[in-house]
Design a protein around this ligand. Structure first.
Ligand code: C2E
Ligand code: MG
Ligand code: MG
Length: 616
């Protein structure tokens, strides 16, 4: 029994142990599993932290290294975060920039629009894109930036500030500005071009209409600029235009606007016109400043201009008609002998319309026998007789009526028609001279005008020779009047042509002297016999001290060069007396005689031949 009991106890113990071992195994397994889970959990968390950190780092790197400007501001607009690009461009350290206001770096003019923009983002929660701001530091422009702004939210999605991303568009902006500038300004002079001038004039008209004010528009065209350009070269022509545009500006108030319309055409806008006499004063000042000596190719020269004026609202209510009418008035100033100004009036309007019809009719004028010559006497102060006569072309057209040489000669020049017309003049004048002598009249010196195109014509010398021969006129009775402006700057060719003509015994005169840009040094190289002082200087002699001084200087210069000095356009006794006192040799002008038909001139010549008396 005892033995039996012991066995049983042993067995029980063993099974208890086994049970315990089993329990322990389960427990161990469970602990191990738990530890595993815990471990995985920790690793996962660690990994996540790493990912987060990496992404944060990546994000910072992107922001710091990107080419875009990046910043964050709080609701007050102060910087809370930004990248180096921004800080560096503003020239501030990170610490210096932190907490400063965004507004501090934009132009004052933009300040309100920026505040409005951020308010809008705050209200709507929506981002806004592509706003261009000029970033400044002090007064200096740092860059033009195109920004997009976004709301910045906290965890609870509440807007706590803004972030901005932008890129530098300075280059693009400058290029655009340049394009804009060149689209609205003239490249040579930097003046507003036609487009911009028209816009400015348009605004000025609006404002003048609103305030019931007047304004004046000037149209200016340089006299004989084409010849300067052709003979002195375009570079010199450009230089002249630059200097003249400076002079225009200097003649005006800062608020007045000068624009270049192209070529040698300029326009001026004068606002707040109270009296027309003031406008006339300004026009006079511009012409006087234009005429002052100018140095071109090392030579002292002189240019003149013709100026037309229209007044708002009297002469036009919109910019087109004001500009057109100022242009028409300018044409009239040209007709009046250049170097003067004219106000627009309805009467002169028709002139410009006729301009168009001239070319068409001019082509047929010669074969239809529509030309004739008038003769204007030159009166010698010393001998008190008619010393010479200038032949002036007249054109009578059935459709156009009387067309003046200033209207048709430039067109005849342009079209080349001047060559056959000039030949006709030469022939007619020589034949007339011989005819008068046959009638028993004294042999009188006859002048004809030769325009640039004629002077450059290879046949000129041949034509003169044959005409003199065919008509039998003495060569020393013929004089060619050559405009000053064409002579001076094609010297080599011109000197040889003129020398050839001189060799034939034909006399040479320099016409319209003083309106161009020649100096004593230049003209002494040319074989001239006569110098004709332009009538624009004679016209104002009695009122204008400057013109008086110029006229005196020209006479003195002519005498120094042993030239016969003739004053053109003498209309009054005062002018005549002034010229006599200042040793001018001869005068030509309405005071003594207008250009008249050949029969009348024959009578005049009879009256004032060597034995006749001086004019009344
Ligand atoms: P120009 O050779 O200087 O001629 C003088 C101009 O002044 C003429 O104008 C004449 O009528 C005008 N005149 C003369 N005295 C007075 C005066 O006291 N007061 C005023 N206000 N004017 C006066 P016109 O006949 O109209 O001729 C203008 C220009 O046309 C001439 O200027 C000349 O350059 C050109 N021209 C005339 N006939 C011919 C020609 O046959 N051939 C060429 N190529 N040109 C010509
Ligand atoms: Mg002449
Ligand atoms: Mg003349």
């Amino acid at each position: 029994m005892n033995e039996e009991t012991t066995i049983t106890e042993n067995q029980l113990f063993k099974s208890q142990i086994a049970a315990l071992e089993q329990l322990l195994e389960v427990y161990e397994k469970s602990v191990l599993e738990k530890t595993d889970e815990l471990y995985t959990e920790i690793t996962k968390r660690k990994q996540m932290e790493e990912v987060l950190q990496q992404s944060e780092e990546r994000y910072r790197t992107i922001i710091d290294e990107m080419e875009e400007w990046y910043f964050e501001i709080d609701l007050k607009g102060n910087f809370t975060y930004f990248n180096d690009l921004l800080a560096n461009a503003l020239g501030l350290s990170r610490n210096e920039l932190l907490g400063k206001s965004f507004q501090e770096f934009v132009k004052k003019e933009d300040s309100d629009s920026i505040s409005r923009l951020f308010n809008e983002i705050f209200k709507t929660g929506k981002s806004t894109r592509n706003f261009v701001y000029e970033l400044t530091r002090g007064n200096a422009t740092v860059a033009y930036i195109e920004f997009s702004f976004f709301p910045r939210r906290n965890k609870r999605a509440k807007i706590v500030g803004f972030r901005g991303v932008g890129h530098d568009i300075t280059e693009r902006k400058r290029a655009e500005d340049r394009i804009q500038f060149f689209a609205t300004h003239d490249g040579l002079t930097g003046l507003p071009n036609r487009l911009m001038f028209t816009q400015l004039l348009n605004h000025a008209i609006e404002s003048a209409r609103h305030h019931k004010r007047r304004l004046a528009v000037f149209f200016i065209d340089l006299d004989r600029f084409k010849i300067i350009n052709d003979t002195m070269g375009h570079e010199t022509g450009d230089l002249l235009l630059q200097q003249i545009s400076m002079r225009f500006k200097q003649s005006l108030r800062a608020a007045d606007i000068v624009g270049r319309m192209g070529g040698d055409e300029f326009m001026i806008l004068i606002e707040e016109v109270h009296e027309l006499s003031k406008v006339a004063e300004i026009a006079h000042k511009i012409l006087a400043n234009t005429m002052k000596p100018i140095v071109l190719l090392d030579e002292e020269c002189r240019v003149t201009a013709s100026l037309g004026i229209s007044i708002f609202p009297k002469d036009g209510e919109d910019e087109q008609s004001l500009m057109k009418n100022a242009d028409t008035a300018m044409y009239f100033a040209k007709e009046e002998g250049k170097n003067n100004y004219q106000f627009y009036s309805k009467n002169i309007k028709t002139l410009s319309i006729e301009h168009m019809a001239i070319e068409t009719n001019l082509r047929l004028a010669l074969e239809r026998n529509e030309f004739s010559l008038h003769y204007q006497a030159k009166f010698d102060f010393k001998t008190n007789v008619i010393s010479g006569v200038e032949a002036l072309l007249r054109w009578q057209n059935p459709e156009l009526g009387t067309v003046t040489p200033t209207q048709f000669i430039p067109i005849a020049e342009e079209t080349g028609l001047i060559i056959p017309i000039g030949k006709w003049v030469l022939k007619t004048v020589c034949a007339q001279n011989v005819a008068w002598q046959k009638q028993g009249l004294p042999a009188v010196r006859m002048s004809i005008n030769v325009s640039p195109r004629q002077a450059m014509d290879d046949n000129l010398i041949h034509d003169i020779k044959t005409t003199l021969k065919n008509t039998g006129m003495a060569s020393n009775l013929l004089e060619l009047e050559i405009n000053e402006s064409m002579v001076m700057h094609n010297p080599t060719q011109m000197i040889s042509v003129l020398a050839e003509i001189k060799k034939m015994g034909v006399r040479l005169a320099i016409d319209d002297f003083g309106t161009s840009y020649s100096s004593l040094a230049q003209i002494k190289h040319f074989p001239f016999d006569t110098l004709k002082v332009d009538r624009s200087f004679i016209r104002n002699i009695s009122e204008n001290a400057e013109d008086m001084a110029i006229a005196k200087a020209i006479i003195t210069m002519g005498k120094t060069l042993n030239l016969t000095v003739v004053a053109e356009g003498v209309e009054t006794i005062e002018e005549m007396n002034f010229l006599k006192e200042n040793s001018c040799d001869e005068m030509q002008g309405y005071y003594f005689s207008r250009p008249i038909i050949p029969e009348d001139f024959a009578d005049l010549l009879r009256e004032h031949s060597p034995i006749a008396t001086r004019p009344a």
